[in-house]
Design a protein around this ligand. Sequence first.
Ligand code: BF8
Ligand code: SF4
Length: 615
Amino acid sequence: MAKDIRDSSIDPASQDMLDVCQRAGLETAWDRYEKQQPQCGFGELGLCCRNCNMGPCRIDPFGEGATKGVCGATADIIVARNLLRSIAAGAAAHSDHARDVAHTFREVVYGRAGSYSIKDRAKMERLMKEYGVQTDIALADSIMAEFGKQDGPIQFTRRAPAKRQQLWEKLGIEPRGIDREIVECMHRTHMGVDNDYVNLILHGLRTSLADGWGGSMIATELQDVLFGTPTPTFSEANLGVLEPNKVNVIVHGHEPLLSEMIVAAAADPEIVELAKKQGALGINVAGMCCTGNEVLMRHGVPVAGNFLQQELAVATGAVDAMVVDVQCVMPALGALAGCFHTLFISTSPKAKFPGAVHMEFHEETALQTARAIVLEAVKNYKNRNSARVHIPKEKSKCMVGFSVETIVGALGGTLDPLLSAIKSGAIRGIGAVVGCNNPKVVQDYGHINLVKELIRNNVLVVNTGCNAQACAKAGLLLPEAADMAGEGLKGVCKALGIPPVLHMGSCVDISRILVAAAAIANALGVDISDLPAAGAAPEWMSEKAVAIGAYVVGSGVFTVLGTVPAVLGSSAVVGLLTSGAKDVVGATFAVEPDPFKAAALMIDHIDSQRKKLGL
Ligand code: BF8
Ligand code: SF4
């Protein structure tokens, strides 16, 4: 029997739209995934190399054919080099995003970025103290210098517990400068350089730490300074947030530099009036992927969906403009938008797409460009073919905005209530669940079941990225969701009026989770690797997720991956990541596609950590 396309997702809105797409003959990532079958076995195992033109080379996993590349590289070397390149790409994506934010911050303090301003001055002053500088200009220059530094430490790595810092130093993996570590990945993986899989992976950890405690943390902190530190906010999530009678503008991608301005432009009374003249009731901005998380956390802008819903949103026929910047934007959007009236607008000089109208965004003219973009969407409203509009009804309420500052605030100004709930066992531990969607697995199935299982077992969940959006859609980000939690966690949530699943932001905001973990470890006088905590990425797909996994493990947190990374071609690399790393950084990876078994692994780990702490 042919597969029912509805089985590709557990989200009813996605199921609805998948049906619509199938009937209309519209192609989505799921169709293209099917057309890729069978996917290359060498690639899946990480066993192909084309790092030089003696290749491409591939290693026979059964040991019957080639066991070495032309240069003599073995499976271990090739797998480790490929892993290192993925980490480099992921760290580069987060950190180049951070560079843009740092650049805007610098322009603001130099008085050269008209539309932007400082929204959280107190946070900026705390950062000045941390950097030991007296002026905002000195802060901007010091942060900018983190990228090109030749010698460490990167300032924010000093937030890690002292024991962790000493361990990094001892292992020689304390990151020096963000760009330096990424460049060194490319150097080491060039033909004929680093051919020791352990040495390669150690540098991968170092590079990932430059992302987590460097690039990503800089992005988070400066975005808070520029746009405000998130506070508790209510909003809605899923394709049902699209409005049949309003101009719908979706902001998709990652950098809030653009989406913040689009949100501001869409609220301009003059533009709203124009929309009304076109017969619309107003302008509705909705988010997608991490830029969606950014404006959700700070402005309560509703979320249209997570990664695998970007095409489904266009297929509703109700999107007047899909505005994108960088990362996780499918190049397929152009052709799909071409089947509708939807304007697909690219904005970053770094990211152009077939079928897109390019309206380049620069910080000096940010608001003007944002206004021009929203105006295009407004003008396009009249081209919408109402006969083709199909908006799923599903949308769920959600409570978001859990920055570390908000969490501490909700606890009454100190971590003590959380620590005592952990000590008493009311909260068994903390689970950080993050990451993407991936058509290799049923959309949101891993995310939702893993999170539900954790909270049922009294594990407080913190999340970001597409997991947070999956949970928002499933109603798990509401204080009422505490009813799905075990008795202990339920009691804590009810007392504080918070959900059992705390949305901490976009993927760069996993740095908030690092800061929280460091603060808890410091309060208990232990290292992060001693905490009753575990991480998971049930449906990950991007290279950014590889970098994240590496820095989370490198920071001492046991992490379960739900989709299999391309490393199985080397038993030595697998052994190092899933067991040897324990003796090196105090944490390991596990791979477990079944979310119930993944939850069990995390809970077992949490329980053994509790025991070691005498709890
Ligand atoms: O940075 S979780 S699919 S949207 S990579 Fe992309 Fe993955 Fe979503 Fe955000 Ni993160
Ligand atoms: Fe082949 Fe070695 Fe060149 Fe890779 S670096 S393509 S394994 S010869």
